[in-house]
Design a protein around this ligand. Sequence first.
Ligand code: MG
Length: 261
Amino acid sequence: MRIARFSIDGNVAFGAVEGDQPDELVLDIIKGIPFTDFELSGTRVPLSKVRLLPPVLPNKVVAFGRNYAEHARELGSEVPDAPFAFFKPATSVIGHGDPIQYPPFSQELHHEAELAVVIGRMCREVPRERVKDVIFGYTCANDVTARDVQRREAQWARAKGFDTSCPLGPWVETDIDITAAADLTIQLTVNGEQRQLGRTSEMIHPIEDLIVNISEAMTLLPGDVILTGTPAGVGPLNVGDEVAVTIEGIGTLTNKVVKRD
Ligand code: MG
């Protein structure tokens, strides 16, 4: 099931996305919240009549760096022996169609297409074989990075945590299992031109290892998001660009880059 969060006439709700043709999608409004048992209301609204919101409101976004060897090489970085995590704050999250605001303290904004894992239940010290049970679903992410700031500041709080630096969406796909998630095409275009193309099978540390690693240290909550790293091909974003992340079996997350007001 594809679960979207949206607003219509000032109300916010979750809905199950139905249909195949992009211009004919409808939302069946969900009664309750999707992390518990929920029912579909049978009330349907066309997707074109709503504003999509970030599909979840995470308490935290845990992002893993250098998890594709080719990408580590293109930045001249060592491939880490163990998974290596940093945070993006809740205030960095935006949804499909929301603008990425170019931060005034950077001159080198980069895109990073990533598979995002959405956590479905509170958990800590998750054993490898139980990882699949704590995953709610998957969505597309763009780990937007101020590369110049990342180079000159040891901590990446500003470089990767500024407002609008974490587009997520367009919805969460819950029907992909962890085996399928480990071999999906991930691609990114800027103004329709392909910049990144990879497969999630190229991850150095698979999804299981990432969740074991972070849950060893902290409690994960429903709606928390794990970013799994980006394949090679990262590069610049400029004001006016339209950037789109497409992951096989999930959908396409599109955002436009604007100057911050
Ligand atoms: Mg990244």
